[in-house]
Design a protein around this ligand. Sequence first.
Ligand code: NAD
Length: 479
Amino acid sequence: MAARPSEPIETRLFINNEFRESSDKKTFEVVYPYTKEVIANVHQASIDDVNDAVTAADAAFPAWRDLGVDGRAPYLRKMSELFAEANDELARLETLCTGRPISQFIDAGMSSGLFRYFADGVWTAQGTASTHTPGLLSLTVKEPFGVAGLIIPWNFPLVMFTMKIAPALAAGNTVVLKSSEKAPLTSIFAAKLFQKAGFPPGVVNIIAGFGAPTGAALAEHMAVRVISFTGSSLTGQKIQAAAAKSNMKHVHMELGGKSPAVVFEDADIEAAAVETQFSIQFNSGQVCVANSRVYVQESVYDKFIAVFREKFAAVKLGDPLDPSTSHGPQIDAAQYKRVQEYLGVGEKDGSLTQGGDAHDGFFVKPTIFEKVPEDSRLMREEVFGPVVAINTFKTEEEAVWKANDTEFGLYASVFTKDLDRAVRMSKALQAGTVGVNCTSPTNAKDAAFGGYKMSGNGREGMLYSIENFLQTKSILIKS
Ligand code: NAD
């Protein structure tokens, strides 16, 4: 299947409502991971370009803020329409950038829904008022920060884009969004939609480039007042340090994971196996909440692993643009190499019992390791590939200890039919979200999403996302 789309791909920066080339003319290649064909040369924002984008956003802020929620909502509703209409182009561009099978693409519809929600969602972010202090009317109100810097990863580029840009704008901030250097095309395409929707100049600025210099320049910028970041924990630490050293801007971090699933003998074993294998296979394991560690109670291990193996092996590798493909390649050579390294660790420390072998291109077949010691790097570090370690446990206490023995804390699952145990485990597991009898449903829109420990701070998801883009002011009125 030909990778190159019929229409030319927009590759420029979007600053102050205009598409422009990077000031130093530097570009970088975007490669379709399946054919390794270069599909675009994208303009890389220089430090001057970052400054221009922030200056434009800063100038646009007062008028955008003063429109109020009702004044801003029609722009966001228009974006919801445009995203829905552009579904097919966005699906193709996202697949070309990431290699995720097009059959898994629901992201334009999700984005459309998020813009629709956030258009009016800010009404739910309320302040408080009191007369408790004699002679004072005390009002606590919520206000936008000003310029929001948004930095996103490559694994779900479009949904990450919307999850940040829609609430930031709805709350009254203006934005500079830096896409991932591995998957910038849907962000640039979305810039065309913002232009079409008639947003005032400077409200939305979308730039592309690497962590350095582009991302770092945004994180350090003195006129950026809040950074919302999704990516690895290591980069999160750098951004938090840059924020602290520059102007103490607010930071909100959605970081990596090493999510455990615990399967008890009283669970629906087949359902648990089906859910957990999908969690680590979906998007070739390049998912922050993928359950890369599965702990199964000894008495049901054989039954569980039989179903898991069968389903895990049934994927269809192929061209991600082919709707029948269910398993795509890793996004690029670096990611492929990284997964290969962890396959080596797994073979050394545990037993490789399925997959493991390389395939033509950047493909990694769904891979199972068993009997991996808890202190192996395979159990402690984020692989970001379709590689699972499945171990056993005897008691609930042992399962809790093993599941929590990690610096990450993004998501944890427990499979059981015993309600008392489900409640106990939900309390005991150290994670921002605990799924009982489920891995990570994509339709849990109203739930807060975010990490404990090294998996981040702050929360995303509907109301929680809006709160990230509002600061609190007290107004004291003497009477
Ligand atoms: P990454 O940290 O390498 O890069 C993320 C973004 O940060 C990119 O846009 C990159 O250019 C930028 N960046 C890199 N260095 C920077 C710096 N010094 N200053 C500013 N920006 C910089 O992560 P990635 O490889 O793109 O994404 C994979 C990671 O993201 C995984 O760890 C995954 O778990 C995590 N992730 C987390 C969530 C979540 O919601 N918790 C969701 C998706 C992905």
